[in-house]
Design a protein around this ligand. Structure first.
Ligand code: SF4
Length: 375
């Protein structure tokens, strides 16, 4: 087996983990062509200030002793197995880094013999990268379910971000896809240990959407709990996709629209500080209705349009087409005695008028009566 085969196979095997968002769904035609980042294991993540960084995202090993029904690496799936030696992985990563192909590492693994054995091999690789090759950049380290506390602490020392995937929103939902992993002990307890550590880019997790028959409200409740209790930086949602030769190969694929809607609600919970309770009114049988959740929320929230010069910040951010930045700018202008009287003024501070107008009064008028000659 050549090193290039390992790079390709272990990079491709890691693509189902979305804990660092990889942008484009575009397909590259033909296996040998350049530019297929998903196949070679390069993904993109975003820093706090919005800068896009490319990461070498790979598994250390794809031969898992666990039994997750949707996973091609599980013990019950026929597969060709690959594993890096720590020195090999460190050299591949440094080659990509020094060649300016990537800026950081996102390292995960199947649980080969047991979680500690696999984690120690991952740590050996990262320690080589840090100490032998003196790499000071970004490392995202995946904590494997069931990993010992001392190894979690060691991973925290060499990593910028740690994550462990909860996969499903509750103990009972996880039990539908695995008979081995314990939700409380193997996952939630490890999240608590991670929370105790000082990790520069914090902790994240991922849930598989539609993998265990769960509803949107179950997923969002779990996400809210993760943000409140575990102080997570991000929860990632990954639409379930059936993979050939797994026990769930015939299960229905989850539409990407569902994943997208969950991200929209998640964004509003994190950035607008809107509690999940507020979304309960728009749910239908525990699921989000089709379309933009913010638009549905606004239709319920506003009995009548609000005046752009009197509405509170909390009201403004609930208007579709107005985000936290434009709502902040509007309230700041008001503090300085500036009155907003023209649609063009709203547009210039970032309001998307087409979406916002049905919920706003400008100069005491709703959209149908506005005649703005100064656009
Ligand atoms: S723990 Fe489950 S999801 Fe992770 S590699 Fe093993 S079988 Fe796959």
């Amino acid at each position: 087996m050549t090193l290039l085969e390992k790079v390709q196979a272990l990079g491709a095997a890691g693509k189902w983990d979305t804990c660092a968002s990889s942008a484009s769904p575009r397909k590259v035609q033909g296996g040998d062509r350049i530019g297929n980042v998903a196949a070679s294991g390069i993904c993109h993540s975003f820093t706090e200030n919005g800068r896009c960084v490319s990461l070498f995202k790979t598994l250390m090993n794809n031969d898992c002793s666990y039994d997750c029904k949707y996973c091609q690496n599980s013990a019950y799936c026929q597969k060709k197995t690959y594993a890096y030696e720590p020195e090999e992985l460190a050299k591949v990563f440094m080659h990509l880094y020094l060649g300016n192909y990537v800026e950081g590492l996102f390292l995960s693994s199947a649980v080969h013999q047991d979680p500690d054995e696999s984690t120690m091999r991952m740590l050996d690789a990262v320690n080589l990268i840090r100490n032998k090759f003196n790499f000071q950049g970004y490392v995202h380290f995946k904590i494997l379910p069931g990993t010992g506390k001392d190894l979690v602490k060691q991973a925290a020392v060499v990593s910028d971000r740690l994550s462990i995937n909860i996969e499903a929103p509750s103990k009972s939902r996880l039990a539908e896809v695995t008979g081995i992993k314990s939700y409380d002990n193997d996952i939630i307890l490890r999240q608590k240990w991670i929370r105790e550590e000082k990790i520069p880019s914090g902790q994240t997790t991922q849930m598989v959407v539609g993998g265990s028959g769960e509803s949107d409200i179950e997923i969002l409740k779990a996400a809210e709990w993760e943000y409140d209790t575990m102080k997570l930086r991000r929860v990632y949602y990954s639409a379930f996709t059936p993979i050939p030769d797994t026990p769930m190969e015939k299960a229905e694929k989850t539409p990407y629209e569902r994943e997208h809607q969950l991200y929209q609600v998640d964004f509003m919970m994190r950035k607008y500080d809107i509690r999940l309770d507020e979304f309960r009114d728009i749910l239908e049988d525990g699921n989000l209705p089709k379309g933009d959740p913010k638009m549905h929320l606004a239709e319920r929230f506003f009995d009548q349009p609000v005046d752009v010069n009197n509405a509170s910040y909390e009201e403004l951010i609930r208007v579709p087409g107005i985000g936290p930045q434009s709502a902040y700018r509007m309230t700041e202008l008001r503090k300085n005695g500036v009155k907003l009287t023209k649609r063009s003024e709203l547009r210039s501070i970032g309001v998307v008028l087409k979406r916002a107008e049905p919920f706003l009064k400008i100069n005491g008028m709703t959209q149908r009566r506005i005649i703005d000659y100064a656009q």
